[in-house]
Design a protein around this ligand. Structure first.
Ligand code: PEP
Ligand code: CO
Length: 449
């Protein structure tokens, strides 16, 4: 039986206020693009989305752990084979650390293959007295500060779809075709990481895994099983551009249910999670797993209404709440939220985004985050869950497999004045591969205990 929510259709969001939408200059051009998009094939399939939901249900019970990470904002110019491979490699490395050292199955999820639209604090940006539309991500306009570049162009939505499709195509090839096999666990270590203390710890662990696989083969257990020679990476992005998401929303022929087939999981950002807003209205009706970012100024009753609206049947795995409180506020903000939601008996995957409320401007003028702040927020997240008797189910990072200098600190102790060396992000600062691996080892210790 299809289970469409009451009074919902894939366009019912249009009767609600939609924040953070571009102001397109030419409505006819938008309609043409949306008509094209709605006939193009889905990017992901309902069956995959359902298996993800089952895994997330396990995470809500503490039987699995969600690792979600990738760029703050993907850029069309960075959609290249090496970049996709490096992002996949670091996610696989982190996942293997969490699984082997942490002892829990890990759900691997990229902020990838669709993370092309960004919420902004203002509609316009003013530089030297010139006001232009803010950059809203490559699916809307271009970052360059010229009137031409900043003009929203609906054709970029079509380009975004194509970029997502080619990214997914390569990811599927890598994860199914041997690259993601545990037999290659040592090869995921990159040269610039291998020389570092983290890289050496990883290498030791990878050798142990390789020996275990060899031992299995020696005694006659085949390593030619999907558990060893394949892996699965799920995709996710912020469901921000509702016209795009609607165009990729389809009925599943098996169940008759609606799925947003632009990614396996979609999340609602801190700026667009109004209970009566268009983003909540749209996502309440699709059957994907949904994430919601929760910042420190949340209202308890508001969060309850959000949960009841997005997950009225209290289905485990449906809803992930991603808290992003910041080191300074998490201690005060997390406990009451956990206590109250536990009292209500809500099934929730609790995930920690230790990035978005720990941003500051360095002396060099770069927007950055400090490794110790990130780690401290995660530590506090785990400790608070333990003391409240709730389950820390996952983490959410902005990270890259490349050797960037965007976040300070870490084993290499990147300093403010070194940020300029390789600062590449077009949006928020990301952990580099070594910092990501370091944080994974620290979380593995917490998961195990
Ligand atoms: C993001 O994840 O890039 C983001 C904008 O987060 P938030 O909605 O939590 O601010
Ligand atoms: Co961000």
């Amino acid at each position: 039986m299809p289970t469409t929510q009451k009074n919902w259709s894939k366009s019912s969001w249009k009767n609600h206020t939609a924040l953070q939408q571009p102001i397109w200059p030419d409505q006819l051009a938008v309609d043409r693009v949306l008509a094209d998009l709605s006939t193009l094939p889905p990017l992901v399939f309902a069956g995959e989305i359902r298996s993800l939901k089952q895994l997330l249900a396990q995470a809500s019970r503490g039987e699995a752990f969600l690792l979600q990470g990738g760029d703050c904002s993907e850029n069309f110019s960075q959609v290249t084979a090496p970049n996709i491979r490096e992002t996949l490699k670091i996610l696989l490395q982190m996942a293997v650390v969490l699984t082997y050292a942490g002892g829990k199955p890990v759900i691997k999820m990229g902020r990838i293959a669709g993370q092309f639209a960004k919420p902004r604090s203002a509609d316009m940006e003013t530089i030297d007295g010139v006001a232009l539309p803010s950059y809203r991500g490559d699916m809307v306009n271009k970052a360059e500060f010229t009137p031409e570049a900043r003009m929203p162009n609906p054709k970029y939505m079509l380009k975004g779809y194509n970029m997502a499709a080619s990214t997914l195509n390569l990811l599927r090839a890598f994860t199914r075709g041997g690259f993601g096999s545990l037999q290659r666990v040592q090869a995921w270590n990159q040269e610039f990481v291998a020389q570092s203390p983290m890289g050496r710890s990883y290498d030791r662990m990878a050798k142990q895994i390789s020996q275990a696989i060899k031992f299995m083969e020696t005694i006659g257990i085949s390593s030619e099983t999907p558990q060893i020679n394949q892996t699965q990476l799920f995709t996710s992005h912020e469901a921000l551009l509702l016209q795009y998401e609607e165009a990729l929303t389809r009925v599943d022929s098996i169940t008759g249910d609606w799925y947003d087939c632009s990614a396996h999981m979609l999340w609602i950002g801190e700026r667009t999670r109004q209970v009566d807003g268009a983003h909540v209205e749209f996502l309440r009706g699709v059957h994907n797993p949904i994430g919601v970012k929760i910042g420190p100024s949340y209202d308890l009753d508001d969060v309850k209404r959000l949960i009841q609206t997005l997950n009225p049947a209290n289905e485990p795995g449906r809803l992930t709440l991603i808290t992003r409180f910041g080191l300074k506020k998490i201690e005060k903000a997390l406990s009451p939220l956990l206590r109250e939601m536990k009292k209500e008996g809500f099934n929730i995957v609790w995930s920690c985004d230790p990035m978005h409320a720990n941003t500051y401007t360095a002396t060099s003028g770069h927007k950055t985050r400090n490794f110790n702040d990130i780690l401290s927020e995660i530590t506090c997240f785990f400790e608070t869950h333990w003391s409240e008797g709730t389950i820390p189910g996952g983490v959410h990072f902005e990270m890259t497999g490349n050797n960037v200098t965007e976040c300070t600190g870490g084993a290499h102790n990147i300093l403010d004045e070194e940020l300029a060396d390789n600062y590449l992000t077009s949006c928020d600062p990301r952990l580099n591969a070594e910092q990501s691996l370091e944080v994974a080892f620290q979380i593995a210790d917490m998961i195990r205990s």
